[in-house]
Design a protein around this ligand. Structure first.
Ligand code: AMP
Length: 515
């Protein structure tokens, strides 16, 4: 048993040592050989500092040190937990506590509060370690994370206000990588991949796995660059990107600028999407501006390892008024549609809850047997092969040809600009603020897309704030607890929440007030 990421990177480092693995504006290009050596040195340090095989947090943003740190964890027998430095520090501390204050490799300076909450000797300064010049020993391959061991844990928004960790195994990644290697353009090898999604989201594993198992190069774009059109476009012009992987929202943002075309990305030949609905207008604009490029829609939650379906969007798909399909399942995955109440399997064309069964379904939620049991189960594929299953909470239907149509959510999870947000997460964090008695958050939808979030709050009588003042006060306090993309844009103070006949918060009534 081996680890496909490590064996692939080592192979490229030996056979094509000068092949670039990571590029980024303002940073030096890093080759496969350099990255492998950086990872070796970091892995040696991890072996020295930690005895077991516990998960290790990797803290930072886009950099070659982050990639080397992920490899180092896997080489020394640890699952890596990617933590983007854009997350509020209290959220990072919540995650660290769930992991029993684990070792942290810092690819950039960690904030003081985080350093305070973990033991100083648990912090490894990646920059300092890779700059050391003394000899170090490579680890035996038997130490590598492999098989059913956890390869990474990605923390997503949790409905209780606490982020929840999803454990993806080395086997999951092995099978996902094998599938990805069959994708057009990717399969040719040595492609340049857009690397924009933050590493704490599993969408980023699309480009990381895709590039690393095919000798490709990650062209990283920082959040700072993403937020500045001028910087972003001049960076993209230099990038030579072949494979564009992003949420549809990020492509929409770029398409607003008419110069986003072959002028900017002359080589782009595959646009790969996941994470939220791909609208026809986005696919159409890309096909017009990037003639000859493939536009591919894929679907999957973090719990099933990045993506499990695939559909090349053709001209004929764009003529139909129907929403775009998310495609058919990858080999090794079966999709079922069930009645969410009874669990009974639905017929072709009928709508119900999407269930994913297959060899890329995660182990479950980290140290959370109840949540794991509620959503994951043991099953077998049609040919009898045992596999894990996952109830997605997504609504959809299958057509005669086995293509999946995504029809929304059955619960209060929303996708906004590609970010996965449990409305309950924001509500719990709002209610933990002094003075807030009740809170409900609703998505504000325009042109069938979620544009912003609106919060309704019932405050203690003693609270005198209202209107803009109250909104500013709540926003400022929430910013310390949840990521910026989860902060509602508007707040409205109510005397009492509207209730349904069975005394639940009447979200429909709130939605009509939110318009
Ligand atoms: P995440 O775990 O962040 O990848 O979010 C997973 C959720 O994103 C899924 O359960 C769906 O609700 C949504 N999603 C993923 N891919 C698509 C897609 N192609 N179209 C529509 N929604 C999607």
């Amino acid at each position: 048993m081996t680890n496909v990421i490590l064996s692939s990177v080592r192979k490229t480092a030996l056979e094509h040592p000068d092949a670039p693995i990571h590029r980024m504006a303002g940073a030096q290009e890093v080759t496969y050989e350099q990255a492998w050596n950086m990872a070796g040195r970091l892995a040696a340090k991890l072996r020295e500092e930690t005895g077991g095989r516990e998960p290790v947090m990797v803290y930072g943003h886009k950099s070659s040190l982050m990639i080397a740190s992920f490899l180092a964890c896997l080489r020394s027998g640890h699952a890596f937990v990617p933590i983007d430095s854009e997350l509020p520090v209290s959220r990072v501390i919540d995650i660290a506590r769930q992991l029993d204050l684990p070792p942290i490799i810092c690819a950039e300076q960690a904030p003081y509060d985080l350093l305070e909450s973990v033991c100083a000797d648990q912090i490894l300064d990646a920059q300092r370690i890779v700059a050391e010049s003394g000899p170090f020993e490579d680890e035996p391959e038997s130490l590598w994370v492999s098989g059913e061991e956890t390869h990474y844990i990605i923390f997503t928004s949790g409905s209780t206000g606490m982020p929840k960790g999803i454990e993806i195994t080395a086997n999951n990644i092995d099978r996902f990588a094998a599938w990805m290697k069959t994708f057009p353009v990717v399969r040719d090898g040595r492609a340049v991949f857009l690397d924009q999604a933050p590493y704490s989201f599993d969408l980023s594993e699309y480009q990381v796995v895709g590039a690393l198992v095919t000798g490709g190069c990650l062209h990283a774009v920082s959040a700072e660059t993403t937020h500045d059109y001028g910087l972003l476009f001049s960076d993209l012009r230099e990038s030579q990107i072949d494979v564009w992987i992003s949420t549809p929202s990020f492509a929409d943002l770029c398409l607003v600028d008419p110069s986003f075309s072959r002028d900017v990305l002359p080589k782009a030949s595959l646009f790969l999407f996941c994470g939220e609905t791909l609208h026809s207008r986005t696919a159409r604009a890309l096909r017009q501006r990037f003639e000859g490029a493939l536009v591919v829609n894929t679907y999957g939650p973090t719990e099933s390892t990045v993506a499990v379906t695939y559909a090349e969007i053709k001209a004929a798909d764009l003529e139909s008024p129907d929403p775009l399909t998310v495609g058919s399942p990858r080999p090794g995955t079966e999709l079922r549609i069930i009645d969410p109440e009874t669990g009974r399997q639905k017929a072709v064309g009928e709508s119900g809850e999407i269930v994913i069964v297959g060899d890329t379904v995660a182990k479950g939620y980290y140290r959370n047997p109840e949540k794991t049991q509620a959503s994951f189960f043991f099953a077998s594929l049609a040919d009898g092969t045992p596999a894990r299953g996952y109830r997605t909470g997504d609504q959809g239907s299958l057509d005669q040809r086995g293509n999946l149509r995504f029809e929304g959510r059955l619960d209060h999870l929303v996708k906004m600009n590609g970010f996965r947000i449990e409305l309950g997460d924001i509500e719990c964090n709002l209610m933990s603020l002094e003075g807030v008695k009740q809170a409900a958050v609703i998505p504000v939808v325009r042109n069938s897309q979620i544009r912003t979030l609106k919060a309704f709050v019932v405050m203690d009588d003693a609270c005198e704030l209202d209107g803009l003042e109250l909104a500013q006060n709540l926003k400022a306090r929430l910013t310390e607890r949840i990521p910026a993309y989860m902060i509602p844009r508007a707040f409205s103070r109510l005397e009492a929440m509207p209730l349904t006949p069975n005394a639940k918060i009447d979200r429909r009534a709130l939605a009509s007030m939110g318009r």
